[in-house]
Design a protein around this ligand. Structure first.
Ligand SMILES: C[S@@+](CC[C@H](N)C(=O)[O-])C[C@H]1O[C@@H](n2cnc3c(N)ncnc32)[C@H](O)[C@@H]1O
Length: 325
């Protein structure tokens, strides 16, 4: 998604803006791009800065400058440019993506998931929310991998150890003998990345947990929002993590025995949950009152101490590895 957004910026949108941009600003912009492609980040930064000075209303110049500041190791400055960009071009989705990347340094969730898979070597893997299949395809044989998504958009064929059920996760859990589908085994590792409304993720968690073991691991994506707008239940922007954050708040309160760490990985965090109790039915039995209670929480509740309230954990592989036992 990130690559697609970046391409959009530097293709259609760019061509339009180029017509309006001064020739000199454009020269600096082009030179900056060449430097960036060649890895000369400080030179790229200097060229983009000049371009932005010459064309102060040009979002492409400012975006390039923000990105170059980030790549050149100046995150505070990069975030400042992102804030300016938001004021200048509020609808530019690429700003969200860039800001999310700057906020969490280190490996993207994809790389973190890949490392977890390699470390855990699960016998079985269940993924809720498959989309193009990019994360599901990370799972290598002999792990038996199942993906569930009502509208999978697989961009390449799956391997023999990977299967997709084209249905909602609720329907999947209600109508399948999941253990039987996994060759009689429990779920060793699960990745919840489906519907971005908290109550869906809550049911996904409860359903996975009852099919897991106390040694299993559940990963929950998108639990650490970028801002209020992208954390709303309604989708206003292309970048959207919804209100999955509520699930972390809920689990911390009603299931204090769980071990919950939210890895600070871009774009919006990855919770790693262990010390599961497959015998617990609390989340399913109290589903409605729990939803009512936690849907009433306003975003401002986490805003003042998001790291503390959502158990933020460093995106440092040695430390993450230690959580896996
Ligand atoms: C963010 S994408 C998943 C991305 C994928 N895990 C990856 O990392 O490449 C979310 C997916 O959840 C799916 N989805 C939406 N509602 C769902 C539901 N009720 N059950 C399962 N999947 C759902 C959507 O169709 C979409 O493909």
């Amino acid at each position: 998604m990130l690559l697609r957004l970046l391409k959009d910026i530097f293709s259609g949108g760019n061509a339009r803006a180029r017509g309006e941009r001064s020739a000199l600003a454009n020269e600096h912009l082009q030179r900056g791009m060449s430097h960036r492609s060649a890895g000369r980040l400080q030179d790229a930064f200097a060229e983009f800065k000049r371009a932005a000075e010459l064309a102060p209303e040009d979002a492409d110049c400012l975006y390039s400058l923000a990105e170059a500041a980030h790549l050149a190791g100046q995150p505070a400055l990069a975030l400042e440019y992102c804030a300016q960009l938001r004021r200048m071009a509020p609808q530019l989705d690429a700003t969200d993506v860039l800001q999310a990347q700057i906020r969490f340094e280190g490996e993207h969730y994809f790389q973190v998931l890949k490392r977890i898979l390699e470390a855990v070597q699960p016998r079985t893997y269940l993924e809720i929310g498959v989309a193009q299949g990019d994360s599901l395809r990370l799972v290598e044989a002999p792990t038996r991998a199942i993906g569930v998504d009502p509208e999978p958009q697989l961009s390449a064929p799956l391997a023999e150890n990977q299967r997709v059920f084209a249905e909602t996760s609720d329907a999947f859990f209600a109508s399948h003998d999941v253990r039987a589908e996994l060759g009689g085994l429990p779920i060793d590792l699960a990745f919840i990345d489906g519907m971005h409304h908290f109550e869906f993720a809550l049911r996904d968690f409860a359903n996975v947990e009852r099919l897991a073991t106390p040694q299993s691991t559940i990963l929950i994506h998108d639990v650490y929002p970028l801002d209020r707008v992208t954390a709303e239940r309604e989708r206003h922007r292309s970048f959207w993590s919804g209100d999955i954050w509520r699930l972390i708040v809920l689990l911390k309160k009603v299931r204090p025995e769980l071990s919950i760490h939210t890895i600070a990985t871009a774009p919006t965090g990855l919770a790693l949950v262990r010390n599961l109790d497959p015998g617990s039915r609390l989340l399913l039995e109290r589903h409605d009152p729990l939803c009512k209670e936690f849907l009433a929480l306003d975003y401002s509740w986490i805003e003042n101490d998001m790291a503390g309230k959502l158990n933020l954990f460093p995106n440092d592989w040695a430390k993450i590895r230690a959580l896996l036992g």
